[in-house]
Design a protein around this ligand. Structure first.
Ligand SMILES: Nc1nc2c(c(=O)[nH]1)N[C@H]1C(S)=C(S)[C@@H](COP(=O)(O)O)O[C@H]1N2
Ligand SMILES: [Mo]
Length: 348
């Protein structure tokens, strides 16, 4: 394994990304008018340290621990030759939207000050984790599957690692080696990563090297100190618009956006142009996939120039909807309140 000096390998042009230390957030205007999936060149990157460059020819995925009968090692070619599945699934950082605790609620939390761009939806292809666990002879008393990344240790906490409960591991978790039809790019976990649908991004361990199947519950800093006991993600919405976008009048604008939830399909999206006094239903277009997002649009013909705060709020099939404020969170996770998106209506 050879290490690089830049934390992120792919180019991070200013019109696509906002850089936060070793991580980079997608600018939502970079999704404007695009199809269902987030292209790899603009998918957000969340690195605890930096992207490692791993040689697939010597790479091995080890499965071991008290919860398996036959500890196994798989090569990259082994994975690629196995039965594969393809999922259209979002990966979102639990801290997505953290900045709005400070800017909207004046009660900020430390950590990366993400806007809403720490999410992307890709077409992931790989081997179901269930299949690999069965190959390794998973035992009925298996409890957790601890995934460890091959990136450099984080501060004094060791390698980035987090257990997935066996129930989820045997359900819909993927060991992915492809992202949107190409091998995983280095920044997104080459040669293989977990994709844990609907769950906090930290569950989807990149640069997978090791899977330990235990017969007791496992604890790491990433399910105790950071992201304690967190699994599914709440409902959120974003406009495919730059912050402080300028909209000329006279004219009718089609405003587009996307809404998502880790818990189920989005069933309703409403938009307010008057600070939340009145709400109008947005139209849906494209697919309505569970554990991904729902694209929507709404027409608006503003009558007056000036600064306005656009608001979008979604509801998922469990009935969960976006509140106007979110109770304080010491870590700044799960900001699901309606975001106030400033725009300027100008004479065109
Ligand atoms: N090995 C490893 N896996 C990791 C991380 C990391 O730093 N190292 N970051 C996690 C976090 S916090 C998130 S939100 C997702 C981000 O995935 P992406 O960078 O492909 O967008 O990866 C997760 N998997
Ligand atoms: Mo994250």
């Amino acid at each position: 394994m050879e290490q690089v000096t830049a934390a992120i390998v792919k180019p991070l042009p200013d019109h696509l990304f906002r850089v936060h230390g070793n991580s980079a957030e997608m600018r939502w205007e970079a999704m404007a008018g695009l199809g269902y999936h987030t292209p790899n060149d603009r998918f957000f990157v969340r690195n605890h340290t930096f992207t490692p460059l791993i040689d697939a020819a010597t790479w091995r995925l080890r499965i071991h621990g008290a919860g398996v009968r036959c500890p196994s090692e798989f090569r990259y070619e082994d994975l690629r030759a196995m039965p594969s599945r393809t999922y259209d699934v979002a990966i979102e950082c639990a801290g997505n939207g953290r900045r709005f605790y400070r800017t909207q609620q004046h009660d900020g939390a430390p950590g990366t000050q993400w806007g809403l761009g720490a999410i992307g939806v890709a077409r992931w292809r790989g081997v179901p984790l269930k299949y690999l666990l069965k190959q390794a002879g998973v035992l009925p008393d298996a409890v957790d599957v601890l995934a460890t990344g091959l990136d450099a240790p984080f501060e004094d906490h060791g390698h980035v690692r987090r257990p997935v409960p066996i129930r989820k591991a045997m359900d819909d978790v993927l060991v992915a080696y492809e992202m949107n039809g190409v091998p995983l790019p280095p920044d997104h976990g080459f040669p293989a990563r977990l994709v844990v649908p609907g769950w906090v991004g930290i569950a989807s361990i990149k640069w997978l090297g090791d899977l330990e199947v235990s017969t007791t519950r496992l604890y790491t800093p990433w399910n105790t100190v950071f992201y304690p006991d967190m699994t599914t993600l709440p409902v959120k919405s974003a406009f495919e618009l730059e912050w402080n976008a300028r909209l000329p009048i006279p004219g009718t604008h089609i405003l587009r956006g996307r809404s998502w939830s880790g818990r189920g399909r989005i069933v309703r999206v409403e938009v307010s142009f008057d600070g939340g006094l009145t709400w109008r239903r947005a139209e849906h277009h494209g697919q309505r996939l569970v554990r991904a997002w729902l694209p929507w649009h709404i027409e608006w013909a503003p009558q007056h120039t000036g600064t306005r705060l656009l608001m979008a709020r979604a509801t998922d099939e469990t009935g969960a909807t976006q509140p106007l404020t979110r109770p304080r969170d010491p870590y700044g996770y799960n900001f699901d309140a309606v975001v106030q998106h400033p725009i300027h209506v100008v004479n065109g």
